[in-house]
Write a protein that binds this ligand. Structure first.
Ligand SMILES: [Zn+2]
Ligand SMILES: [Zn+2]
Length: 180
């Protein structure tokens, strides 16, 4: 979804209210299970278009402990600004040094067209935990047999696995073997 902001870009002080209601993003980076809904207000402050608003959706994530998929409601606040692109013909030629200077990645906003889907995607990623958990109390999976411990216990020993404890177990076993 691309938004044409060229009319706002033309008029200083112009405001534009956009009701967000976009089809869920589903790709390799994000899977939304509900439409992204909210609102964004755009305003022309002279050299910038300021975008402020918020939207919510639900994303599907994989738990960092038990690897099960679960859904998480996400509320994202948008607070961005974009350099207004001077209309063709009116643009004053800028010194080469300045145009080569990349202040921000411009992929979101090219020639006063805003890539709304990309803006929303980036804000969803920012609002999503890096290591999501299906539940703070998620028990994870058994490191030995892979059983999801939230669903059932397994027969494996529940001792904390560490190389040292394994070594001392072996040592104890040898001691008792020797005693017999
Ligand atoms: Zn989990
Ligand atoms: Zn197990």
């Amino acid at each position: 979804m691309k938004l044409d902001l060229s009319e706002i870009a033309r008029i200083l002080g112009k405001r534009y209210h956009y009701d967000v209601d976009e089809t869920p993003i589903r790709d390799e980076t994000i899977v939304c299970t509900e439409p992204m809904r909210g609102e964004i207000d755009f305003s022309n402050t002279g050299s910038l278009i300021v975008a402020r608003g918020q939207f919510s959706t639900t994303v599907q994530l994989e738990c960092g402990r038990c690897l099960e998929t679960f859904t998480l409601p996400v509320l994202s606040h948008i607070d961005e600004q974009f350099d207004i692109h001077a209309p063709a013909g009116l643009a004053e030629p800028e010194p080469a040094a300045e145009t080569e200077e990349e202040e921000e990645p411009e992929s979101l906003f090219v020639e006063n067209m805003l890539d709304l889907t990309e803006l929303i995607r980036q804000n969803i990623i920012l609002a999503t935990p890096i290591r999501p958990l299906c539940d703070e109390a998620c028990k994870g999976i058994c490191p030995s047999c892979g059983q999801n411990l939230n669903e059932a216990q397994c027969g494996c020993e529940t001792k904390p696995e560490s190389p040292l404890s394994k070594l001392s177990e072996k040592w104890k076993q040898r001691q008792s073997d020797g005693e017999e």
